[in-house]
Design a protein around this ligand. Structure first.
Ligand code: DAH
Length: 347
């Protein structure tokens, strides 16, 4: 009995001193395994008899239960401490400043095109596409510009094969393509943004590759005032509610009458400045009423159908809207410029 008491004290003492799970497990092996002292006491049981055996057995059992409970308790405690320690070590300091993630920015031309697309789509227009390598037939002939016509000279064209194929010098051939595929018997509302090419020497205002946004509406009884109303909507959307618009007479082979469309100068509010060359107005597109020859060439009866068409220069719109004074900026792939546009828009 004496042994049991001192064994119990010894184990509890050592358990109390143990600091790690490893130490506790070692103690457990030392005292509770088959070769340990508890089991030795168990072995003594068989040499005892009667009351003595009963008492010894009872006490030994109590000792075993007590030790096992103490081991279990200590192990649970140490395991919990270990988890707490781990959680503490892995905790994230949310007050630390985060590393800034650099985000990309859409190309400014893409942005202006998307803006124009969304306004026209809200008015029921489709956005269509056309080939950049185009046939002379679509780029010129169907648009009322026959071979040898002086109007061709204005568009210094890149020919790619026998003068029959070319890099389109304008997006207007897409008008012809859409009319021809529409069968001549239904109304059309479409815009076509896309790349165009001309044999121009690159400088601040010219680029051998640039983007146009072509538009075409074909229906019955379409007039110049419909074009004016449509142009007004887009101008106000892009340049603000106080933007005014006007038409000036012009000449294009594929429209009659033809106009240049102007917006009031947003920089000087019409007073006159260097941006508007002291006129108070800035030209943003060519436009007009679709020429009867073009309608006829493309399968629409001009006695029944009428339409208007327009062509914006996308770079010009972006240059005006974002105050960019060199068209080459768009094609220099300098990321700092793109970021700059992005910032300018946020301001
Ligand atoms: N295609 C013309 C150009 O490149 C722009 C243009 C003018 C398009 C009048 C049109 C239009 O559709 O009606 O200069």
């Amino acid at each position: 009995m004496q042994d049991m008491q001192s064994l119990k004290e010894e184990v509890l003492q050592k358990l109390a001193e143990a600091k790690t799970l490893k130490e506790v497990n070692e103690l457990k092996v030392l005292y509770m395994s088959k070769k340990g002292p508890v089991n030795s006491l168990n072995m003594m049981l068989k040499d005892l008899e009667g009351e003595e055996k009963k008492n010894f057995g009872k006490n030994l059992n109590e000792l075993k239960v007590c030790l096992e409970e103490n081991f279990k308790e200590k192990i649970t405690k140490l395991e919990q401490e270990e988890i707490d320690k781990k959680l503490k070590a892995e905790s994230i300091d949310i007050t630390l400043p985060a590393t800034k993630i650099k985000h990309g920015a859409p190309n400014i031309l893409e942005k202006i095109i998307e803006e124009v697309e969304s306004v026209f789509m809200s008015m029921g227009y489709d956005v269509v596409d056309g080939p950049e390598i185009e046939e002379d037939h679509y780029n010129f002939e169907l648009l009322n510009i026959p071979k040898g016509h002086p109007a061709r000279d204005a568009q210094d064209t890149f020919y790619v094969k026998d003068e029959d194929y070319l890099l389109r010098s304008q997006t207007s051939p897409v008008q012809a393509r859409v009319m021809l595929s529409s069968g001549g018997d239904k109304p059309i509302r479409m815009i076509c943004p896309g790349k165009t090419y001309r044999r121009d020497a690159d400088d601040a205002t010219h680029s051998h590759q640039f983007m146009q946004i072509e538009g075409l509406l074909v229906d019955k009884n379409v007039s110049l005032s419909d074009l004016k109303g449509t142009f007004d909507v887009i101008a106000k959307h892009l340049f603000g509610e106080d933007c005014e618009t006007r038409f000036r007479p012009s000449y294009y082979q594929f429209t009659e009458p033809s106009v240049e469309t102007d917006i009031s100068c947003f920089a000087c509010k019409g007073k006159g400045c260097s941006l508007c060359k002291n006129t108070g107005w800035i030209t943003v597109s060519g436009a007009g009423i679709v020429h009867p020859n073009v309608l006829r060439n493309c399968g629409y009866d001009p006695e029944v159908w009428t339409g208007f068409a327009f062509g914006f220069g996308a770079e010009r719109l972006a240059m005006l809207k974002y105050g960019i004074n060199d068209i080459r900026t768009f094609y220099q792939t300098d990321l700092r410029e793109v970021e700059n546009f992005d910032r300018r828009e946020e301001e």
